[in-house]
Design a protein around this ligand. Structure first.
Ligand code: APR
Length: 314
């Protein structure tokens, strides 16, 4: 039996497949690709394809497709994409009715099979789904996070780099709040290698970039007919890697707020440090009045959809 780390991916669809490919290439551990019984063979096929890819690219990772929770037992990290993605014209909130029963079903499986895992949720509507997963499993907040901020920040960074005509490697940005159309780009934390972005990009262009970032997911849904998967998978893997390798990266993530930023009993995106103990610290920034107002607006939307999820009958 392997003594490698074990990463269970719940949902073997578009994001699940890309997650498996990245985890394997980075040799983060062995991978379980879990899906519903009707998709078990699909998951097995994808797993086999990815194992064969290892003999071309030269990585050692066992990848197994399954619909049996027993195969996920003892996972160090679990990444959840179970659910349906958006179709053109749908908002993330439109997914509640289908994705709430799914996240509850996954929470029950996790609770028995992977009680000690670090859990990253990607399923939408993100903030409400990760809230429900934590509530249902009763796992501590240090071990249940949502992936949104790394992706939203990456989109923001790309658009900034294109506008300023600089390498995307040098652009650092931070997008906080809920993973919805009122997410909050923090301009004071947006620099091009330390140089304030506002020095290189005029205000009207910055405003247009912020507007595009806010609907960045929708732009792709409109083009592809389904939601993005390469960047979402990479963003979640950055978080998983920080946990598995105790990198202590400072990343924006949806975490359970218990008074931080003035919010309680709510999941929303804020900067955190992720290390070997999970969420090791929540960083409280000094926000401007404008940023506070934007965060309040975003929190209100998140609270609204979280309340709908909480009220959804079992
Ligand atoms: N348990 C495990 N897997 C499930 C369950 C369940 N209860 N219900 C559905 N799934 C699986 C589906 O069978 C499907 O294979 O989840 C997978 C989702 O894959 P895709 O449809 O390809 O969706 P994807 O693009 O990967 O997005 C998944 O992430 O970003 C969000 O909005 C997106 O909520 C969506 C999720």
């Amino acid at each position: 039996m392997s003594t490698r780390k074990k990463i269970a991916l719940i949902g073997a669809g578009n994001i699940g497949g890309e997650l498996a490919a990245l985890c394997a290439r980075k040799e983060l551990g062995d991978v379980i690709l879990f899906d519903i019984p009707q998709k078990a063979d699909f998951a097995r096929g994808k797993a086999l394809d990815l194992e064969q890819n290892g003999s071309v690219l030269g990585y050692d990772a066992a990848i197994k497709g399954t619909s049996d929770w027993a195969d996920c037992a003892g996972a160090d990290v679990v990444i959840i994409t179970a659910g349906i993605p958006r179709k053109p014209g749908q908002s993330r909130d439109d997914l509640v009715a289908t994705n709430v029963p799914i996240i509850r079903n996954v929470a029950d499986g996790l609770k028995s099979a992977c009680p000690d895992a670090f859990v990253i949720v990607i399923s939408n509507p993100l903030d409400a789904m990760v809230y429900e997963l934590k509530r249902r499993t009763g796992f501590p907040r240090e071990r249940v996070v949502g992936m949104a901020g790394v992706l939203d920040s990456a989109r923001f960074q790309l658009f900034l780099s294109r506008e300023a005509n600089v390498s995307v490697k040098d652009v650092r940005a931070m997008v906080l709040g809920g993973h919805g159309d009122d997410m909050v780009p923090i301009l004071s934390a947006t620099t091009i290698n330390g140089v304030p972005a506002s020095l290189l990009i005029p205000k009207d262009k910055l405003d247009a970039i912020i507007a595009r970032t806010r609907v960045g997911g929708g732009e792709i849904v409109k083009l592809m007919g389904t939601s993005a998967y390469y960047a979402p998978a990479s963003a979640a893997v950055a978080m998983a890697e920080s946990y598995l390798l105790d990198q202590k990266r400072l990343l924006p993530a949806a975490v359970y707020l218990d008074g931080e930023y003035g919010y309680k009993d709510l999941y929303m995106g804020v900067p955190v440090i992720i290390g070997g103990r999970g969420v090791e610290k929540i960083i409280e920034l000094n926000l401007t009045d404008d940023e506070k107002a934007m965060l309040a607006k975003s929190a209100k939307s998140v609270q609204g959809i979280t309340d709908v999820v909480k009220a959804t009958p079992a």
